[in-house]
Design a protein around this ligand. Structure first.
Ligand code: 3PG
Length: 212
């Protein structure tokens, strides 16, 4: 992935995974993220609001916005056209990876097996999303994969939260951790900016304490 985006994600160490039901929720969410000290978001293409929400958040200029749950090359185009700075896919999709490369944005494909990691490497990538992390063996599985794949960085996502964050951040092969716990869909939809900002700030404080 492009060095500057990777560097920023690995500096923050946390990637809030967002599901936005309404475009109108994007601006308050961005404020909560910035005010909470984590100006990063992976806006998932699980709702129709995603492209416009990405545009709203990207236009601020102070949030590192990417697109998640990107399943097709067409969605890569929609995401990048809206201002997404990186692409995240749940699986190792050659079509998504190649289109992201054509569009000049870094891509994090999902990979949880040795074969998938190797496929990502063959496609020129060295950072993958380890998804779904919890049900794919968790931190122990990442540690096992990191043994043969020494140059690969992992971004575990799925089933990560305050109680097990330390297991992942303790691994040198983990660049950052993704999760929705600090941006709960229902709180975002309810416009609970203070609540989300507080959860974000708590997550940042925890990650800072756990920094090896
Ligand atoms: C993702 O899309 O990466 C996951 O759905 C986020 O997983 P979580 O809700 O368990 O954090």
């Amino acid at each position: 992935m492009a060095d500057d985006v990777l560097t920023q994600l690995s500096t923050h160490r946390l990637v809030p995974v967002v599901v936005l039901d309404e475009v109108a929720d994007a601006a308050p969410l961005a404020s909560a993220l910035v005010d909470g000290g984590l100006p990063v978001a992976e806006v998932t293409f699980r709702t129709a609001a995603a492209p416009d929400a990405i545009r709203v958040m990207a236009d601020r200029g102070d949030v590192l916005v990417g697109a998640g749950t990107v399943l097709t090359a067409a969605q890569v185009d929609r995401a990048v056209d809206a201002g997404a700075r990186y692409i995240v896919s749940p699986g190792t999709s050659r079509a998504v990876i190649e289109r992201a490369r054509e569009r000049g944005v870094p891509v994090l494909p999902g990979a949880v097996t040795a074969t998938e990691v190797q496929t990502a490497l063959e496609l020129g990538l060295d950072t993958v999303k380890f998804f779904p992390a919890g049900s794919s063996g968790g931190a122990a599985a990442i540690a096992a994969l990191a043994a043969p794949f020494t140059g690969v960085a992992f971004v575990p996502t799925g089933g990560v939260g305050p109680t097990n964050l330390h297991e992942y951040l303790a691994l040198p092969s983990v660049a950052a951790v993704g999760g929705s716990w600090m941006v709960p869909r229902d709180r975002v939809r309810a416009g609970d900016v203070d609540g989300v900002r507080s959860l974000v700030a708590d997550a940042v404080a925890l990650a800072t304490r756990l920094r090896p």
